[in-house]
Design a protein around this ligand. Structure first.
Ligand code: SF4
Ligand code: SF4
Length: 174
C-alpha cells in the first residue's frame, strides 16, 4: 500500500489537515448542535433534545455556518489544538475519535461514500430533536436526551421542520 492509498485521517495529525480535509471529517450528526446542561457539582454534561436555533433539524446542518459565532456566541468553533478540551463532544464525533487515535466508524460519510449514512445508522439527531423556539429554556432539564439510545426520539407532535438553538453550560459545534 502506498501513502496515497492511506486515507488522510490515518496518515495526518489533526493539526496537519487542510481546511477541506478538516471540514470533511465532520460526519454531520449535529449532536454538538443541541443545548447541553452541565451538573455544577460533577461537571457531567447532559445533552438535550432541543436544537440550536440555527440548526436545520431536517438536514442536521447549520443554516449560517460561516457566521455562526456571530449569531450564537455560545458556539465555539472546534480547532485541532482544542479538541482535547472538548470533553462534551459525543464519543461518536470524528474529531474526538481521531484525536483518541481511533478510526472512523463505517457509517461515516468518508467511509460509506454517502452523507445519508450517518442518518440511516441512527447516529445523527435527525428526527430526535425539536426547535428551540418550541421550548422554554428554563425547562431544558425536561428534555435531557440519550442519543446513543436508538429508541429515543422527539415527540412526533413536536417534529415540525424548522430552525432551532443552543447556548448553555457547554454549547458548541465544530
Ligand atoms: S463536530 Fe462532531 S459531533 Fe459535531 S456534527 Fe461534526 S462529527 Fe458530529
Ligand atoms: S451550535 Fe453552532 S454550528 Fe451548530 S447550529 Fe448552532 S450555530 Fe450552527
Amino acid at each position: 500500500m502506498t501513502t496515497v492509498d492511506v486515507p488522510f485521517w490515518k496518515r495526518k495529525r489533526l493539526d496537519e489537515l487542510s481546511r477541506d480535509e478538516w471540514e470533511s471529517l465532520c460526519d454531520g450528526c449535529a449532536r454538538c448542535c443541541v443545548h447541553k446542561l452541565e451538573d455544577e457539582d460533577s461537571g457531567e454534561i447532559y445533552y438535550t433534545a432541543v436544537a440550536c436555533r440555527l440548526l436545520d433539524i431536517s438536514t442536521c446542518r447549520c443554516t449560517s455556518y460561516s457566521d455562526r459565532t456571530k449569531h450564537v456566541p455560545g458556539c465555539i468553533p472546534l480547532t485541532a489544538k482544542r479538541v482535547g478540551e472538548f470533553q462534551w463532544l459525543p464519543h461518536t464525533c470524528a474529531y474526538r475519535l481521531i484525536a483518541e487515535g481511533k478510526d472512523l466508524e463505517p457509517w461515516h460519510p468518508l467511509i460509506s461514500g454517502s452523507d445519508q449514512s450517518v442518518h440511516e445508522a441512527g447516529i445523527s439527531v435527525r428526527g430526535r430533536v425539536i426547535p428551540e423556539e418550541m421550548v422554554d429554556l428554563d425547562d431544558l432539564e425536561d428534555f435531557i436526551a440519550d442519543f446513543d439510545d436508538p429508541g429515543q426520539a422527539a415527540d412526533d407532535d413536536d417534529m415540525d421542520d424548522g430552525d432551532a438553538v443552543a447556548d448553555d453550560a457547554a454549547e458548541e459545534p465544530r
